[in-house]
Write a protein that binds this ligand. Structure first.
Ligand code: MRU
Length: 377
């Protein structure tokens, strides 16, 4: 998407690859919205750390990063032995897979890259195929998001008030975003609407990333505290809820997404408000048979016990550079500890529809429509 920094507008993808340096290039998302900067990871270990430490985050974005990371690792191999190369690639795969456990997209993306690589007859051929396949995964993600926009735009009616949780915008993907795709498509069609961004504690991806993306695009929005959604739903101030997903079970229609998504789905059901989930096909897990089997990432307690931000004077809109330095502030009682599950699972019966690149489906329809949705079992 286009980013305007200090009056200059340029198009960026969240994740790209520099073939000459064998480096993955990432937008440093932990510094947004206060600073826009790119970082390069020089080897696959650094790429895995960037995923783990959330320089890059969002299921499709970490998938593209893992796909490039696999190619990066493959390209770093020296030698001509195919068995040695295969063992090395397996170890790269395991390292990247372990970086974050809940999203299935990185695994699906790396499997896609490995399947293409397997058609090469030499190490050199496989190294070239790995990068081409990673580029194709990234391009496919963009195409999927654009298609989600075309499928979902009709849900955004004139004057619609939309609630979203966390960030499933272009920063969470390679470009365009999943939740934001129907919004951008509706905006291009001239519709007016308003977005409520859940703050999304503990890491505040809604307040920092989604709000920044919508502001960049000039879309009407407000940030709300996570606890405010029930009140707005009760007063009839929200017409539609749309969220992303880190893993959608093809067999049951259950959806793992950012912690707090389940709460919003329960509230939406209570108030008869449609609750939609947007997914590229890489988010579908065709294997697991129950949401209880989804590995839920538990992150460091410091995320709950405090918050990251910049020191700011609320009266000044533009802060000086030194004031924009990111700082951690302890909020909680000093002697208390915290529990920090990063995702939860929403049951199928709370979901009105799943917006995919090939259509909008009821959660229970996914398995029946599995061929259209890319199942190759
Ligand atoms: O912990 P994060 O920021 O990676 O969590 C991101 C989400 O939960 C998104 O909603 C999900 O990855 C879908 S992004 C299209």
């Amino acid at each position: 998407m286009n980013v305007t920094v200090r009056g200059r507008t340029r198009h960026y993808r969240t994740v790209t690859f520099d073939g000459k340096r064998n480096a993955v290039l990432l937008i440093e998302q932990r510094l947004l919205p206060h600073r826009f900067t790119l970082v390069a990871t020089r080897d696959y270990h650094e790429t895995a750390v960037a995923i783990r430490d959330m320089i890059v985050r969002g299921a499709p974005a970490i998938a593209a990063t893992a796909a490039y990371g696999l190619a990066q690792g493959a390209r770093a191999f020296r030698g001509h032995s195919l068995p040695g190369f295969t063992r090395h690639v397996e170890s790269v795969f395991r390292t990247l897979q372990a970086a974050r456990p809940t999203a299935v997209d990185p695994v699906n993306a790396m499997q896609q890259v490995r399947a293409v690589m397997a058609t090469g007859r030499s190490v050199e051929e496989r190294q070239a195929l790995a990068l081409a396949a990673a580029e194709e995964f990234a391009n496919q993600d963009v195409r999927h998001c654009e298609a989600i926009g075309r499928q979902g735009m009709f849900l955004i009616r004139e004057g619609c008030r939309v609630l979203t949780h966390c960030n499933a915008g272009w920063l969470a993907c390679v470009d365009v975003g999943t939740v934001t795709a129907p919004l951008y498509a509706a905006e291009s069609a001239g519709k007016r609407f308003h977005v409520f961004c859940d703050e999304t504690r503990p890491r505040s991806q809604g307040a920092t990333l989604t709000a920044w993306e919508l502001a960049q695009q000039g879309i009407s929005h407000q940030i709300i505290a996570d606890n405010a959604a029930g009140h707005l739903l009760q007063r009839g101030e929200i017409d539609l809820v749309i969220v992303g997903s880190d893993r959608t079970l093809g067999r049951t229609g259950e959806v793992a997404n950012k912690i707090g998504t389940y709460t919003k789905a329960v509230l939406a059901k209570r108030h008869g408000i449609p609750f939609y989930v947007t997914i590229p096909l890489s988010t579908i897990d065709w294997t697991l048979k129950s949401g209880m089997a989804i590995p839920i990432e538990e992150r460091d307690e410091s995320e709950v016990l405090g918050a990251w931000g910049v020191v700011a004077n609320p009266k000044l809109e533009i802060q000086s550079r030194s004031r924009r330095r990111r700082t951690y502030v302890r909020v909680a009682n000093p002697s208390s500890h915290a529990r920090n599950p990063a995702f939860d699972v929403t049951p199928a019966e709370l979901i009105t529809g799943i917006i995919t690149p090939v259509g909008i489906f009821k959660p229970e329809e996914l398995w029946r429509r599995r061929r259209e949705l890319g199942y190759r079992g």
